[in-house]
Design a protein around this ligand. Sequence first.
Ligand code: ATP
Length: 341
Amino acid sequence: MIKLSQVTKIYELKDSTVTAVKNVDMNINKGQIFGIIGYSGAGKSTLIRLLNGLETPTKGTIMVANREINHISGRELRKARQEIGMIFQHFNLLWSRTVEENISFPLEIAGMSKKERSKIVKELIKLVGLEGREKAYPSQLSGGQKQRVGIARALANKPKVLLCDEATSALDPQTTDSILELLVDINQKLGLTIVLITHEMHVIRKICHRVAVMEDGEVVEEGNVLDVFENPEQPMTKRFVNQVIEPESSNEMIENLLSQHPEGKVIQLTFVGDTAEMPLITNVIRKFDVNFNILQGKVSQTHGGAVGTMFVHVDGDIKEVEQAIQYIRQQKVKAEVLSHE
Ligand SMILES: Nc1ncnc2c1ncn2[C@@H]1O[C@H](COP(=O)(O)OP(=O)(O)OP(=O)(O)O)[C@@H](O)[C@H]1O
C-alpha cells in the first residue's frame, strides 16, 4: 500500500542544511497498523508530511495506493490525497462548526449533495460512537470525543490510508485506550491501512503490527512488534522497549532477590507473546507441588500475546521444581534460573 525507496528530505536554511529524513526504505502492507516511533526531532513529522504529499522529497520515491505521490500535482495530487486521511494531536477541528458539520466538511469540498452527505455523516457518527452529539460544538466535547470527530472527518472520503500524527498524545491514558481501540476496530471493519507516529512505546505495543524506530532522520530498526520487543537490537529501540517492560533487572536488584530467597529458585520469566501469564502461573500451581510467588516484574499485553519480564520464586521438592521449570519452558516462556554473580 505504501512504499518508500531511499527517501531523503533536506531542508535548506539560510546558511545551513538540515537532513530531516535520510535514505528511508519502508514497505507498509494493505491493512497493516504500522507504527513509527522516535523522540522529538527524529524526523517523524517530516516523514508523515512526505506521505501525504505536503512535502516533496529531495531524493527517492514514495508510492501511496499505487500513485507515485512525489511526481504528481494539481488534480492528480488532490485525488491522491483523498485516498489519505489524517488525524492530529490537537484534532484541528473547525470550532464554529458542529460535530456533524465538521465531519461533513471534506464532503462539501468534494462537491457531494446534501442528501448524500447527511447519509455518510450519519454512518460515520455511528462508527466512531458519537450518536447524540451531532449538534454539539467542539468546545462542548471531551478530548476523546474531539478525536472521534477527527477520525470520522478523516474517514469521510473513504481513504485507503489513515495517517495518525501523535493522535493520542494529548489524551489521558483511559481515553488513549478507547481511541486506540477505535482505530483497531476501524482497521478491522474497513481494512484500512493505518500509519501512526508516536514517541510512546505503549501505543505501539497496544495496536501496531509492525514498528519502525527512527533516530536522526534514519530508520535504525524495523520489524514485527513482538520480534522487536523480544529482541531489540539498537540502543534506541532498547530504550523504547524499556519504557514498557521496565524489568529493572540490575545486578543489584537480582542479588537482593537472591539473598531474600536463599531456599528454592529465583527465576526470571520472559514473555514474548503467544502465552498469557496468568493461565501459565495457575497451571504451574495446579500441576506441580511447589510454592510459587511472583516477586516483581511487568508484563503487558500486545496484539500477539504477553510481553515482559517477571521474577518469581519457586520452592519445594527439587525434582518438582525442575519439572515446573521444564513445563514453563515448554510453554514458549524463557525461564532463566538466577544465581549469585
Ligand atoms: N520546515 C522545516 N524547515 C527546516 N527544518 C525543519 C523543518 N521541519 C523539520 N525540520 C527539522 O527536521 C528535523 C526533524 O523534524 P521533525 O519535525 O520531522 O521531527 P519529529 O520526529 O516529528 O519531532 P517532533 O515530534 O518534535 O515534531 C528537526 O531537526 C527539525 O528541526
